[in-house]
Design a protein around this ligand. Structure first.
Ligand code: SAM
Length: 223
């Protein structure tokens, strides 16, 4: 299994912003091969019409369309991302589609001025956030008891899956600032959620995990 190299051992939001400043204009095209993962992760999210979902590290808003499809016009999506260039494209997408239920917070997940408690959260291709315990605590503090959380992204495949791991190494060097935890990127999330389910795809190089915020959903609100 490759050792940590290149990016550091801890998430670095300033370095991340520099990466996505360069990358924003071509990001949507680069993500095309990963759209099946997005589709599957969002389909897994246990939400209903009218629910509020926090899209953590929302980037250019590639998940907004499918999320609007899940929560409907009465639902709300809160997109959080610190990259000005990625957020500019997210804002443009929202304006072009005329979505009125989407709020965009240009901030790190740990510092975003989240209001109230949402019904669900999505962490898609957000390794840096998943390895930041303060960011996870902040987001989870703004989710209802029983809220559903889905995360998906790249991880080290088993060591004998060399081509998959070479791909993960290249993608990680390109996309994240923290190589720590790529064996199981969801471990910090696992400590904060109940009913964790882990699935893998792509020869083990892709994870999709889901779980719930501890505590029971209020009566009549269980999904
Ligand atoms: C690979 S992109 C994923 C974007 C989007 N979730 C998607 O599925 O297309 C990673 C995103 O995480 C954002 N990011 C990096 N550090 C972050 C942090 N501390 N809090 C929130 N978002 C962060 C980056 O700006 C970037 O837009």
């Amino acid at each position: 299994m490759p050792k940590a190299s290149g990016p550091g051992r801890r998430p670095d939001p300033a370095l991340s912003n520099a990466k996505y400043r360069q990358r924003a204009a071509r990001y949507d095209l680069e993500l095309l091969p990963f759209e099946p993962v997005r589709t599957e992760a969002i389909a897994l999210l246990d939400v209903r019409t009218g629910d509020t979902v926090v899209d953590v590290g929302c980037g250019t808003g590639l998940s907004f369309g499918p999320l609007v499809g899940r929560v409907g016009a009465a639902g709300r999506i809160v997109g959080v991302d610190p990259s000005p260039e990625m957020m500019a494209l997210a804002r443009q997408r929202v304006a072009q589609r005329g979505w009125s239920g989407i709020a965009l917070l240009e901030a790190t997940a740990g510092e975003a001025p989240l209001q109230g408690r949402a019904d669900a959260a999505l962490f898609l291709f957000t390794h840096d956030v998943l390895r930041d315990p303060d960011a996870l605590d902040h987001v989870i503090a703004h989710l209802k008891p029983g809220a559903h959380v889905v995360a998906a992204g790249l991880q080290w495949a088993p060591p004998w899956m060399l081509p998959a791991n070479l791909f993960v190494l290249g993608a990680a060097m390109y996309s994240v600032t923290c190589m720590e935890g790529l064996e199981q990127p969801w471990t910090m999330l696992a400590k904060r959620l109940r009913d964790l389910k882990v699935q893998t795809r792509g020869f083990g190089g892709i994870y999709i995990v889901s779980g719930r915020v501890p505590g029971a959903a209020p009566a009549g609100e269980s999904h």
